[in-house]
Design a binder for this molecule. Structure first.
Ligand code: 3AT
Ligand code: MG
Length: 335
């Protein structure tokens, strides 16, 4: 491992940029998909507002943070201030309303960390999750979306990394690998660390967006249109960045001591976070700080077995980018 970590970036890596770029273009959802999703959202708003006229619908997750694929699920949050009903009862009511509106496979999943109603849109076959008052997810969605506006290379990197993670079956938090949200955080952090930096650290800048949700402060600089030249000094292209991203997670990240932190735009120590020993089910084998809920390690779902799988996948990807004649194909071969 030590010898491999000294490996230098292949000098011809740039020649792969056109093929990664073509792939990237096929991953972007069509306008038609976006129109379908908007139509669905307005239908839902209509039926839910009959029951709760004050309720507001927020789109969150990948359809709102710009990192969605055409088949990504649609994540919706109902913001409602109804102190007379419990969330549990409201969810059951939402499920009833959805069934009446001909959605298929309607299920209320009430025992999850974030309770949801899950269903399928009969027109597009797309899966749709509805939760209640999960405003932290709405806020972290906005943060991701704001980062995406600063430099196009974040969007390119995330779609390709997500496509890779889905192809290799390592995008399943409930099975001990990482959620899409976590991969986006890893990509943002990586671009903050490039020299010169491609992304700034919005939470270290003067806060123009301030919001406190359940005691958690979500403050950061959100006037991102002012930052559209931020990464201009860095000329790296998508093939170079992909190589460096996988090389970092394969050979350079210090899994024993380090925590990556988008909040500070730097690497901090596990010691400082008191993430050195296992507490309950949180093992801290790959440490990724949530930008707002800073006591949360997004890597806590990873266990001894799955951390090995993840590291092998990072090494496989780094090696393919180093040696394979057709990395834009081999990288995504199904697991
Ligand atoms: P997909 O395209 O659906 O794979 P996504 O960005 O929609 O990507 P998820 O469906 O996994 O990702 O999650 C939906 C949103 O839920 C994203 C984020 O706002 C929130 N979220 C997911 N996991 C976490 C987490 N561990 N901590 C905080 N928020 C989370
Ligand atoms: Mg989603």
């Amino acid at each position: 491992r030590a010898r491999k970590s000294q490996r230098e970036r292949p000098c011809d890596i740039e020649t792969f940029t056109p093929s990664f770029f073509s792939l990237y273009e096929t991953l972007i959802p069509a306008e038609e998909d976006k129109a379908n999703q908007e139509h669905l959202l307005s239908l839902l708003a209509k039926s839910l507002n009959k029951e709760w006229p004050e309720a507001q619908l927020h789109l969150y997750g990948s359809w709102a943070n710009t990192f969605g694929f055409s088949n990504s699920d649609i994540d919706i949050c109902i913001a409602i201030d109804d102190s007379t009903a419990s969330n549990h009862n409201m969810l059951l009511k939402v499920a009833d309303i959805m069934e009446l509106n001909n959605f298929q496979n309607v299920q209320a999943i009430t025992n999850a960390r974030v309770p949801i109603v899950r269903m399928t849109d009969p027109v597009t076959g797309i899966s749709c999750d509805i939760c209640i008052n999960n405003l932290l997810a709405v806020a972290n969605t906005k943060l991701l979306k704001d980062y995406a506006q600063i430099d196009d290379r974040l969007h390119q990197l995330v779609l390709i990394v997500k496509h890779w993670a889905k192809s290799r079956a390592i995008n399943e938090a409930y099975r001990g690998t990482l959620s899409s949200y976590t991969y986006v955080i890893m990509c943002i952090h990586f671009l903050q660390q490039r020299k010169p930096a491609i992304l700034p650290c919005l939470q270290e800048m003067e806060a123009t967006y301030t919001l406190t949700i359940d005691g958690v402060e979500c403050n950061y600089f959100d006037q991102v249109q002012e930052l559209s030249n931020f990464g201009a000094k860095n000329k790296e292209n998508i093939a170079q960045l992909l190589w460096a991203f996988f090389h970092y997670w394969a050979y350079k990240h210090d899994y024993k001591n380090d925590v990556i932190s988008v909040r500070t735009g730097s690497i901090i120590s596990k010691q400082e976070k008191h993430w050195t020993t296992r507490v309950g089910n949180d093992r801290h084998l790959i440490c990724i700080e949530d930008p707002f809920e800073t006591s949360r390690d997004l890597g806590r779902v990873v266990d001894k077995h799955t951390v090995k799988i993840l590291r092998e996948e990072f090494e496989r990807a780094a090696d393919i980018l180093q040696y394979d004649p057709k990395p834009s194909v081999t990288l995504f071969e199904p697991y």
